[in-house]
Ligand binder design. Structure first.
Ligand code: NAD
Ligand code: UDP
Length: 342
């Protein structure tokens, strides 16, 4: 039973689908077995495209590909994006990279290689094949921002030598490479700066705040707030984000990005904890743990560019998105408990 996929894609069509005015395309998604990548693969298959997922399963899950594996227009390649590869594709979405702080800090040198060499490899592929190439960048390029909310014109406030630097600086370097390939080699580029995103398909041990709080609340365990909980984040539901991705990829050549995609609703971690506890109706208590080094104080996207260039705005309110995510984790935990019962 696919309980854990209940809030995910509907049935995926098998034959050539209604790919719209842009026609059916062959699309490479690196990191396609991850949280965002698997939603993107489902969306693209649903639109009738051929999708090739390249992933080394560092943080990706087979479970995320259940709906896709065996589909006639879906192909999986196990490969590290930091090692050169060759794939025929019209478009490339480069998502491969661990996104959760505990995961990207577990092997920081490999994280940096993934961002930098991964970007070089997809850009070389795009240069030689003429493919359009999309980079999943991040709000982390703004670091611990001094400007609030953050517009794309803000250059950021990033520590180049801290424990988060492997991720932040890797993503900044990838953006530089994208723009140099566009200027030098006329490669068609698209860069999105993603703000904190949540939804069904997250790994229960991912370590990010939404998955931690929901799993803790469902299990009746303590809710771990790092620091005093006054730091803020803006949380975007995954379907809204993926819609922004596709709009950006399909936009005209004048729209290269970077474009912020995120939900401007801003919440403290204390507010998030209280909302999750209420929605789950959980007996969990809040406990305080040390704030990680260089943890940004505040974060909220200025989405004027996404609105003007792509006609994009988020539609899902935090409480509604959390309800869908809670039912996904609830089903997942029940499925895991049933599987563990002798
Ligand atoms: P995730 O960890 O769930 O998925 C990342 C995927 O990339 C996994 O399937 C993993 O196995 C794969 N991967 C990692 N290193 C790889 C490598 N060297 N070669 C091949 N595959 C590799 O993370 P996610 O939340 O789906 O994030 C996807 C992308 O979006 C990442 O690039 C991340 O930096 C970016 N992003 C995500 C968020 C967010 O809130 N989810 C925010 C900002 C940016
Ligand atoms: N956080 C928390 N408890 C947790 C996990 C995270 O209070 O169990 C905090 C974390 O310190 C940060 C915020 O929640 O201030 C968002 O953390 P996350 O790892 O989800 O994303 P990022 O820091 O990369 O924005």
């Amino acid at each position: 039973m696919l309980h854990a996929n209940i809030e995910r894609a509907a049935v995926l069509p098998g034959g050539p689908g209604p790919a719209g005015v842009f026609g059916t395309r062959r699309i490479l998604v690196t990191g396609g077995a991850g949280f965002l990548g698997s939603h993107l693969c489902e969306r693209l298959i649903g639109e009738g495209h051929e999708v090739i997922c390249l992933d080394n399963f560092q943080t990706g899950q087979e479970r995320n590909l259940r709906q896709l594996s065996g589909h006639p227009r879906f192909e999986l390649i196990r490969h590290d994006v930091a090692e050169p590869f060759s794939v025929e594709a019209d478009e490339i979405y480069n998502l491969a990279c661990p996104a959760s702080p505990p995961h990207y800090q577990a092997d920081p040198i490999h994280t940096l290689k993934t961002s930098v060499l991964g970007a070089l490899n997809v850009l070389e592929l795009a240069r030689t094949t003429g493919a359009k190439v999309f980079q999943a960048s991040t709000s982390e390029v703004y670091g611990d921002p001094h400007m609030h909310p953050q517009p794309e014109s803000y250059w950021g406030h990033v520590n180049p030598i801290g424990p988060r630097s492997c991720y932040d600086e890797g993503k900044r370097c990838a953006e530089t490479l994208f723009f140099d390939y566009a200027r030098r080699h006329d490669v068609r580029i698209k860069i999105v700066r993603i703000f904190n995103t949540y939804g069904p398909g997250m790994h229960p041990e991912d370590g990010r705040v939404v998955s931690n709080f929901i799993v803790q609340a469902l299990k009746g365990e303590d809710i771990t707030i790092y620091g005093d909980g006054s730091q803020t984040r803006s949380f975007c539901f995954v379907h809204d984000l993926i819609d922004g991705f596709v709009r950006l990829m399909n936009s005209g050549p004048e729209v290269t990005g970077p474009v912020n995609i995120g939900n401007p609703g801003e919440f403290t971690m204390l507010e998030l904890a209280s909302l999750v506890v209420d929605l789950v109706n959980s007996p969990s208590r809040v406990v305080f743990r040390p704030l990680p080094t260089d943890d940004p104080r505040q974060r909220r996207p200025d989405i004027s560019r996404a609105d003007a260039a792509l006609g994009w705005k988020p539609r899902v309110q935090l409480a509604d998105g959390l309800r869908m995510t809670i039912s996904y984790f609830d089903a997942l935990l029940r499925e895991t408990a049933t599987a563990a019962t002798p």
